[in-house]
Design a protein around this ligand. Structure first.
Ligand SMILES: [Zn+2]
Length: 65
């Protein structure tokens, strides 16, 4: 439970998938509309960054190592 909570408060970079504009750093549950093109951006469709790929999606996996 505590591990899951930690991942929930971890912020991710929200980048518009349509125009590539950086919007904000926010928790994964956040959603926002792009001021540039009006695209609604959520954790589901936000543009992924290289840094994202290096971050563990599920922190529970770290327990194994
Ligand atoms: Zn946009």
């Amino acid at each position: 439970m505590e591990k899951r909570k930690a991942s929930e408060i971890m912020q991710v970079e929200f980048i518009c998938p349509k125009c590539g504009k950086h919007l904000a750093w926010a928790v994964r549950t956040a959603s926002m509309s792009c001021p540039g093109c009006g695209k609604w951006v959520t954790d589901k469709n936000r543009k992924q960054t290289p840094a994202d790929a290096l971050m563990p999606i599920d922190s529970d996996q770290l327990v194994l190592f």
